[in-house]
Design a protein around this ligand. Structure first.
Ligand SMILES: *Cc1c(COP(=O)(O)O)cnc(C)c1O
Length: 355
């Protein structure tokens, strides 16, 4: 293993109230950094006190958005253990994003070891109140001070940690979303399948307009025909129609979610018929009209499972399962969170303990 240096903070922050964390508001005492220099590779892996990073105003990331990120969580089990959910998948995906955004590959095993060490240093920050966790944000960005458009020669890999609250403080609440017909998020051949900040920059305007109309997020359609369903803001999406559970196949413009993949594996292990295929919004509307649309739910690390109770497409309003959470969404949520917090047996070998 390459060397990891650790410099501990001299003074520690006061921990925030565990019952009022929200999302991404607080950061721990330390962070992980590692530099890349062309010709030298990745070097100077270090854990240092958390603080601002100095950047040249010409830093290429600020101009051309050469950046990738990840998101996962550390969970505190009842017996005090700290558990990660499929972290190897996150570093694999980070490298796939790197490939698309022309950022050099990282050593996935070393990155995971560094993350485990960082969490160990920050173990007192992993909250234990019901539904809370420690959110982990790895990201890599171009460092060069240069305005020419090309990929950079220097990068910084950073991991920061943030204790976060329960996503649904009042229990699993179905959300309201609408089908976005004006903007598109990604196109095939574009960057939709990479976890890169630029995708979010492109989607903020739709999010703002949705919030103005009291909707939580939008449902994206494909960027070419605006006909086929892709995903929801920060989540992949599933439709239970008749006795089939359908999720859009990964065609290049959809983010390959780890929660999505886990949900498919769980549902299949329970004997459900899960199909990954193109799904037109018209097919969903038709199924609704015939009383065949049983459940709609999103999957993602932040909310795990997010049932959709109200789905609007232009002037068609679909009230799904009377606006209440359905049995499939509930079972998936209970099982996934049960495994994540170490309350249920980890039959699939998804959990990695931090020690
Ligand atoms: C991160 C992300 C998801 C969900 O991925 P998970 O690995 O399940 O957290 C879905 N869509 C987009 C656009 C994302 O950025």
């Amino acid at each position: 293993m390459a060397e990891l240096k650790i410099e501990l903070a001299k003074t520690l922050k006061e921990k925030p109230d565990q019952n009022n964390l929200g999302f991404g508001n607080y950061f721990t005492d330390h962070m992980f950094l590692m530099n890349y220099t062309e010709g030298q590779g990745w070097h100077d892996a270090r854990i240092i006190p958390y603080g601002p990073i100095e950047l040249d105003p010409a830093c290429m990331t600020l101009h051309y958005a050469q950046e990738v990120f990840e998101g996962l969580k550390a969970y505190r089990a009842e017996d005090g253990r700290i558990l990660l959910f499929r972290p190897d998948e996150n570093f694999k995906r980070l490298n796939r994003s790197n490939e698309r955004i022309c950022i050099p590959q990282i050593d996935e095993d070393f990155a995971l070891e560094c993350l485990m060490k960082l969490i160990d240093v920050e173990k007192d920050w992993v909250p234990s109140a019901e539904g809370t966790s420690l959110y982990i944000r790895p990201f890599i960005f171009a460092l060069d001070a240069h305005l020419g458009v090309h990929s950079a020669k220097e990068y910084l890999f950073v991991i920061i940690l943030s204790p976060v609250g329960a996503y649904y403080p009042e229990g699993l609440n179905p959300v309201k979303i609408y089908v976005e017909t004006k903007y598109v998020r990604a196109v095939r051949g574009g960057t939709g399948q990479a976890k890169t900040g630029a995708n979010y920059a492109a989607s903020l305007i739709a999010q703002e307009e949705a919030e103005e109309q009291n909707y939580t997020q939008v449902l994206w359609l494909d960027g070419v025909e605006k006909k086929y369903i892709e995903e929801v803001g920060t989540m992949n999406v599933f439709f239970a129609i008749g006795d089939e559970i359908i999720t859009p196949e990964l065609v290049g413009s959809i983010l390959p979610g780890i929660t999505r993949k886990s949900a498919i594996e769980l549902l299949r292990s329970w004997g459900y018929k899960v199909t990954e295929r193109r799904l037109a919004i018209d097919e969903v509307i038709e199924a609704y009209k015939q009383g065949q649309l049983k459940e709609v739910f999103g999957t993602g690390t932040a909310a795990v499972i997010s049932p959709v109770g109200h789905l609007k497409c232009d002037d068609v309003i679909m009230n799904i399962n009377d606006g209440k959470i359905g049995p499939i969404s509930q079972k998936l949520y209970d099982t996934m969170t049960g495994i994540q917090w170490g309350k249920l047996e980890d039959k699939f070998g998804w959990i990695k303990e931090v020690k």
